[in-house]
Write a protein that binds this ligand. Structure first.
Ligand code: KG4
Ligand code: ZN
Length: 329
């Protein structure tokens, strides 16, 4: 079994994954609530919370999978990218467990982890395919080659899609994290009442930009008095969410066209968005493109995806990983 650990941001995660990387026996996520009062993740608070929680989360992952450390044959951990202090807690914890049991350790890239969630979702999926990762920290398109290597096709030039939703939600007074908050507020809204710009819409490349969207919301809000804003929140949220979704859908389809792929994978926290899922199901359906979007629990940060990626990566043998370090980028 693979014991996987993920602590790159504000979720303390551990999971037990089968050696094939196709099935998770447990997937425990402790979401830190300490950040809510700040309206964003505070790195130092995240590191301390990981330190307090990691042991308990690992124990729960083993118990829920009905295994013990004796059943673990390799330990996997996210080593990059992310908040450096947060990553270090997971890396030190994973090294400690692996070293004490003389096990190999697999360092995993967080973004490769997000893509690997697709292997847990679709048992027969194999590359090549095109993958869109949209999270709070990243928004990028990759071509995943037959050997599993990921080639960057395009990425955001400013904010990540999740970051744009988080910032928009904050401007609308909707709370944190912003993605689910905006979706909830937008449920009864008319997305066409307020039109927001879709970043780099006409550009013939595969990059994203969400900063214009944020500015546009700011000006919209300035033009309305407080009472109107309150009444218009569902429509503003719906228009804003639609603009983020539209940018993601357009660029993913363009990438699929250019790379003549038969399958597309969408992952990362924003892939939990219901509107995005609906739009993609429709567009991919009409193009005969196979669409793989993991269930929400595998889209937002979790350790099962790290275990799935580890099944496809080479391990560092005992005890060579002691010098292994975390990296923020
Ligand atoms: O992948 P993730 O859990 O953490 C990072 O690696 O960043 O993504 C978190 C992001 C946040 O910006 C959050 O607002 C967004 O994903 N998110 C959503 C939804 N659930 C989480 N965005 C839109 N709709 C959702 N349902
Ligand atoms: Zn993530």
């Amino acid at each position: 079994m693979i014991l996987a650990i993920e602590t790159s941001c504000d979720d303390t995660c551990a999971a037990v994954v089968e050696p094939s990387g196709r099935r998770a026996l447990s997937n425990v996520v402790h979401t830190q609530t300490e950040h809510e009062r700040y309206g964003g993740v505070v790195p130092e608070v995240a590191s301390r919370a990981h330190l307090e929680r990691l042991d308990g989360v690992v124990e729960r992952a083993l118990t829920e999978a009905s295994v013990t450390l004796d059943d673990v044959t390799r330990v996997a951990v996210t080593t990059r990218p992310g908040l450096i202090g947060a990553l270090l807690v997971g890396v030190a914890g994973a090294k400690g467990i692996a070293y004490s049991r003389r096990l190999p350790l697999v360092p995993v890239d967080h973004l490769e982890g997000h893509v690997a969630a697709a292997y847990l979702t679709e048992p027969h999926l194999e590359p090549p395919f095109v993958a869109l990762i949209a999270s709070g920290g990243h928004t990028a398109l990759y071509s995943v080659r037959p050997d599993g290597r990921m080639r960057l096709l395009g990425e955001t030039l400013d904010d990540a899609a999740g970051e744009a939703l988080d910032k928009g939600a904050r401007m609308l007074g909707l709370g944190f994290p912003g993605g689910p908050a905006i979706s909830k507020a937008a449920a009864d809204g008319d997305p066409t009442r307020y039109e927001f710009p879709v970043g780099l819409k006409e550009r013939d490349n595969l990059d994203f930009s969400f900063s214009g969207l944020k500015t546009s919301l700011l000006y919209r809000l300035k033009a309305l008095d407080e009472e109107r804003v309150r009444a218009e929140i569902p429509h503003l949220a719906a228009g804003y969410e639609a603009a983020v979704v539209e940018a993601l859908v357009r660029k993913l389809l363009r990438a699929a066209d250019i790379h003549e792929t038969l399958a597309v994978v969408v992952a990362g926290g924003v892939a939990a968005n219901a509107r995005l899922r609906r739009r993609l199901e429709m567009e991919c359906g009409s193009r005969g493109l196979k669409l793989i979007i993991p269930p929400s629990a595998l889209c937002t940060d979790n350790a099962a995806m790290i275990g799935a990626a580890a099944a496809r990566s080479s391990a560092v043998t005992y005890p060579d990983y002691l010098s292994l370090n975390a990296r923020s980028v």
